[in-house]
Design a protein around this ligand. Structure first.
Ligand code: FES
Length: 171
């Protein structure tokens, strides 16, 4: 027997399973796999939900420079984050001349929202959610609440943001 034939025989001993058997997956194995996957998904979403409820939301402290007024044309936007935080924000220069700043995360499932120039609408492409760019209020779609906002103010030509003043309603 040549060395080559010998090698051919030996590898079959090392891997005794027939090719056909190797590709078969039993129902039991498949059921186990499905159980593991769905269990993993359940635990994963539980962790995300628990984190959202238990971890306090990052509070914005102090005043933060964003950019110069003339760097954002009418209808334009500027994305920014505040130092020490990872929350994305969007500054919008509305066609009315006002500047507004909102969290850039949709309140539905946190997709990134964007301003549609000339419409006064902030749009979420994931499930067609829409927000009023003047107030952040929900106009359409599944988002359950308004976009969180920051107060925008100016120092000469500089644009700054700070935590939004809470409006107190008295009856
Ligand atoms: S994530 Fe924005 S509408 Fe669903």
């Amino acid at each position: 027997m040549s060395k080559e034939d010998n090698l051919n025989q030996n590898w079959k001993k090392d891997f005794p399973i027939e090719k056909q058997q190797a590709t078969n997956v039993s129902r039991r194995d498949f059921a186990k796999f499905l159980t593991l996957v769905s269990g993993g998904l359940m635990v994963g979403s539980g962790v995300v939900a628990a984190k959202a409820y238990l971890m306090p939301k990052e509070e914005v402290a102090g005043e933060h420079f964003v950019c110069k007024k003339d760097e954002v044309p009418s209808g334009g936007t500027r994305g920014f984050v505040i130092e020490g935080s990872t929350v994305p924000y969007i500054l919008i220069h509305l066609e009315t001349g006002e500047f507004k700043a909102y969290e850039q995360k949709c309140t539905h499932l946190s997709c990134s929202v964007f301003y549609k120039p000339g419409t006064g609408i902030i749009h979420c492409p994931c499930h067609e959610g829409s927000f009023d760019a003047k107030t952040g209020d929900v106009i359409a779609g599944p988002p359950p609440r308004a976009l969180p906002n920051l107060d925008v103010f100016f120092k000469d030509n500089d644009i700054y943001v700070k935590a939004a003043e809470k409006v107190e309603y008295h009856s």
